[in-house]
Design a protein around this ligand. Structure first.
Ligand SMILES: C[S@@+](CC[C@H](N)C(=O)[O-])C[C@H]1O[C@@H](n2cnc3c(N)ncnc32)[C@H](O)[C@@H]1O
Length: 311
């Protein structure tokens, strides 16, 4: 618990100047990442996104939006190896790192054929792209080659996107970071900018992010804090999480018109963690859920039979 509180307090102090935190992330983080090898985590993520795109019929010429694309654009890059689509990469600050991306991809090239089921033609295409990505010297070159558009919008809102622009909107480890005061509007906008009949795919990490550093704490440690205590003691701007639970996410999407297509959530035993009153009446699926892998569809009104007008 001491380690947990130490990290919580550190993030709170760093929140006094998020710019300094981001500067450190972009300088020290880059050095750290250059020394890292591709992890099983990224290999799994790659497999997941390719399978989802196949299952939910991403088609040639589709226009996709990745929310919170981060330093690697990992999901978008992997999609683009396999599919001829246009992707808009959206974020609120620039933490991109080209060299670590190239390093990860060249390591992934050695695994990809064993990891992802594909024929020879596809394998040739994938390796051609990886080689080409490895030799670009700027993001402009990369984006031109892959038909990507990178948009930075510090307000973090989606309001400037036109209605029904995208064939899919997706994110990985992003929605838990959206300010809880704008999250309903955010989901509403995802619905608005998605084309009817198409899907939106999100991996939402609803675990306590401080425990990425204080590993001995419970993955749902934040359940023990009231709103007031959380806000004053641990909530911070640099690793902000909204503490929205599984059932609330499901309601939010449904209230905004989405129908659920698929869910693959992960659960973890929370043992005898002391739960705050705020969460006391939650069912076990909320308390133990640590991540949500969820696909929603915006219904296509052309396929809804209108019984009222049929006579
Ligand atoms: C944990 S990182 C995940 C990055 C990337 N998806 C990945 O998995 O490597 C969260 C990302 O969400 C972004 N983010 C935070 N608020 C956002 C918002 N309102 N809209 C879009 N992205 C946002 C952050 O800037 C950051 O890049």
């Amino acid at each position: 618990m001491i380690k947990y509180l130490f990290y919580g307090a550190t993030f709170k102090i760093l929140s006094i100047s998020p710019k300094i935190y981001r500067f450190l992330g972009n300088t020290l983080g880059k050095k750290w990442r250059m020394g890292q090898d591709l992890s099983v985590y990224h290999v799994r993520r790659a497999k997941r996104i390719v399978e989802l795109c196949k299952r939910y019929q991403i088609r040639e010429g589709d226009k996709l939006l990745e929310l919170g694309t981060g330093w690697l654009h990992w999901e978008s890059i992997i999609i683009r190896l396999f599919f001829d689509v246009k992707i808009v990469l959206f974020d609120i600050w620039d933490n991109r790192q080209l060299k670590p991306l190239q390093r990860f991809l060249s390591q992934y090239a050695k695994l990809i054929d064993a990891e992802i089921c594909m024929n020879q033609t596809m394998s040739k295409r994938v390796h051609k792209y990886i080689k080409a990505i490895s030799s670009v010297s700027s993001y402009d070159e990369l984006y031109n080659m892959l038909d990507f558009e990178y948009i930075l919008e510090p307000s973090g809102t989606l309001q400037h996107f036109q209605d029904e622009t995208f064939d899919s909107v997706f994110s990985y480890n992003v929605l838990e970071h959206i300010d809880k005061n704008i999250v309903s509007r955010y989901v509403h906008d995802i619905y608005r900018i998605l084309k009817p009949g198409r899907n939106t795919m999100h991996w939402i990490d609803i675990s306590d992010h401080i425990t990425n550093y204080a590993r001995n704490a419970s993955r749902k440690q934040y359940l023990m804090f009231s709103d007031a205590l959380w806000k004053n003691l641990l909530e911070n701007k640099v690793q902000y999480i909204n503490r929205i639970q599984r059932s609330e996410w499901i309601n939010l999407f449904q209230e905004n018109g989405f129908e659920i297509v698929d869910e693959n959530s992960l659960y973890m035993d929370i043992g005898n963690l002391k739960i705050n009153k705020k969460y006391e009446n939650r069912d076990i699926h909320d308390l133990e859920c640590v991540s949500l892998d969820i696909i929603y569809r915006k219904q296509n009104p052309n396929y809804i039979i209108n019984f009222a007008s049929s006579d």
